[in-house]
Design a protein around this ligand. Structure first.
Ligand code: AHM
Ligand code: MG
Length: 338
């Protein structure tokens, strides 16, 4: 390989975002500056995650968040870092996080503030103490024209189809950022030697069919009935071969595998979580946006996740997402009884 072809293959996420931005006439650069806040924060988070166990950062913070869950120290650190890196971006007017009860207004009064960023700073954080992958998810909404600066809920209570960008970072055996601005899905691997996210997975498309289903099967008896029949059908091999199961218990990691390898991931209603466990605005919506952009589908059991009109910041939703073949099979079972 000569030097020119090597250089042509090197594309950082910042360069990619700038290229994407050129598609929007009159783009000022503020959107790429906004996204660079996310890439900077997630690099700082991954550095902390990589050192968990070496510093006094694993374990519980001693507080309970708005969901009634015990906050881990890394939840708090990740939330603070994202809030800091994003609140210095002038184009952002509202921040909302899994870890904060209410959305935060930033740059109050600035007409330049036109985006809301909604995030889960460290999803799956209860896995940190045992060295399992965790992740960050983010969703970006544009301020509706009729939304006042001091009405942050109106900025963020929009259906997922209104997202202008969404993505996640998985802190796994490597650190990978996956994002979309509605023009395909692109993945970047952090090169730790240079501290930059490099394009490693251009234009991700889900395989038409995979070989895994991903669900917490311990709750199966409390799922709505169609899910049991669906899982049985996958195990029997009705789609051509019997499926195997993979479940990490960290949504970002389970979804990342499903995006790359195909298959299906589901977290339906259960007895202890009758509305599902995953949160619509900062978990289901960004993931559904990416899955659809990659050629898959994401449903709440019957309807499209991205069509749900939210009514509260932390509302939950059941979810089933996956490759075309698995989702068609689910819908066919559902059409008989759902
Ligand atoms: P969290 O946001 O409090 O970390 O919880 C969300 C996580 C997801 O990452 C994962 O899919 C799910 O909880 C696992 O739940 P369960 O242990 O019930 O299977
Ligand atoms: Mg979460």
């Amino acid at each position: 390989m000569n030097q020119t072809s090597t250089a042509q293959q090197i594309l950082t996420v910042q360069q990619h975002i700038l290229q994407e931005q050129k598609r929007f006439p009159g783009a000022s650069g503020e959107f790429s500056w906004l996204l660079s806040g996310i890439t900077l924060a997630t690099k700082l988070i991954q550095a902390k995650v990589r050192r968990a166990g070496l510093t006094d950062i694993i374990g519980e913070q001693g507080e309970v968040n708005v969901q009634g869950e015990v906050q881990q120290k890394l939840d708090v650190y990740s939330n603070d870092v994202l809030a800091h890196c994003l609140s210095v971006r002038e184009s952002i007017g509202v921040l909302a996080s899994e870890e904060n009860e209410n959305p935060i207004i930033v740059h109050k009064g600035s007409e330049n503030a036109k985006y809301a960023v909604i995030f889960d700073p460290l999803d799956g954080s209860s896995n940190i103490d045992v060295g399992v992958s965790v992740g960050t998810t983010f969703s970006i909404m544009k301020r509706p024209e009729d939304a006042a600066l001091n009405d942050p809920e109106k900025w963020i209570l929009q259906p997922g189809s209104a997202q202008v960008a969404a993505g996640y970072v998985v802190y796994g055996s490597s650190t990978i950022l996956v994002y979309s601005v509605g023009n395909g899905v692109h993945g970047f691997t952090l090169d730790p030697a240079v501290g930059a996210f490099m394009l490693s997975h251009p234009n991700i498309k889900m395989p038409k069919q995979g070989k895994y289903y991903s669900v917490n099967e311990a709750y199966r008896d409390t799922f709505p009935e169609q899910y049991g029949r669906y899982i049985d059908s996958l195990r029997r091999g009705d789609l051509g071969k019997p499926y195997a199961s993979r479940y990490i218990g960290s949504m970002v990691a389970d979804v990342h595998r499903t995006l790359l390898k195909g298959g299906v991931f589901l977290y339906p209603e259960t007895k202890s979580n009758p509305d599902g466990k995953l949160r619509l605005l900062y978990e289901a919506n960004p993931i559904a946006f990416l899955v659809e952009q990659a050629g898959g589908q994401a449903l709440d059991g019957t309807g499209r996740i991205l069509d749900i009109q939210p009514d509260s910041v932390h509302q939950r939703t059941p979810i089933i997402l996956g490759s075309p073949t698995e989702m068609e099979a689910y819908q066919s079972i559902c059409s008989q009884q759902c």
